[in-house]
Design a protein around this ligand. Structure first.
Ligand SMILES: [Fe+2]
Ligand SMILES: [Fe+2]
Length: 192
């Protein structure tokens, strides 16, 4: 029996909540990127665009699992509150921390309990990718709070996003495969 067939209603609730959260995170980061560009923080804007793409991949992965059993992924769009870029970065970091520390570990535990393989894969990819976002947002916050505008936060730059799991990296350095899902590095999307 496949993992999907063994899935229970709770896992679908969780997949739907994750889909909605990721969809809204995408919209939020697109709005934060526009604000960062207005503040001449083009490197931060690049980071928000890369993270937005990553969240879009997570939403699509969750939706795919939901669709596999004939259900539909639905999302209630939330209004985005845009503040200064420093505040937006802090908001973004808090959102990532919540997903890393509370949301995905809880969802994963439940999916593991029910041996729902597709959901386990989708939640794990998102959880690990969110850690890369948290690290990059923290770095940007530290630079911006210290007034270091002569750093990468000011210039538009490239980020690399795994098309399978959304893992986000700032360097090409010796990667051959995604450290999370093993996707070939040459397939990564370059977001600027
Ligand atoms: Fe994220
Ligand atoms: Fe990946």
């Amino acid at each position: 029996m496949s993992g999907v067939a063994e899935a229970n209603a709770m896992t679908f609730e969780n997949l739907s909540a994750a889909f909605e959260g990721e969809s809204n995170a995408h919209d939020k980061y697109v709005a934060f990127a526009a604000r960062a560009d207005e503040e001449e923080l083009h490197g931060v804007a690049s980071l928000f665009r890369a993270a937005a793409r990553s969240e879009q991949i997570h939403a699509a992965n969750h939706a795919h699992v939901i669709n596999q059993v004939g259900r539909r992924a639905e999302c209630e769009p939330r209004k985005v509150a845009v503040n200064s870029t420093l505040e937006n970065l802090k908001t973004a970091l808090n959102g990532e921390k919540f997903e890393i520390d509370i949301l995905y570990p809880g969802f994963l535990e439940e999916a593991v309990e029910h041996k729902f393989t597709a959901a386990i894969r989708s939640f794990t990819g998102a959880l690990e990718a969110e850690k890369t976002h948290a690290r990059l947002f923290s770095e940007a916050i530290a630079l911006l709070a210290a007034g270091k505008r002569d750093s990468w936060i000011a210039e538009a730059r490239e980020f690399y996003v795994c098309p399978v799991c959304g893992y986000t990296s700032q360097t090409e350095e010796e990667h051959e495969r995604c450290p999370v899902c093993n996707c070939l590095w040459e397939k990564f999307e370059i977001i600027r």
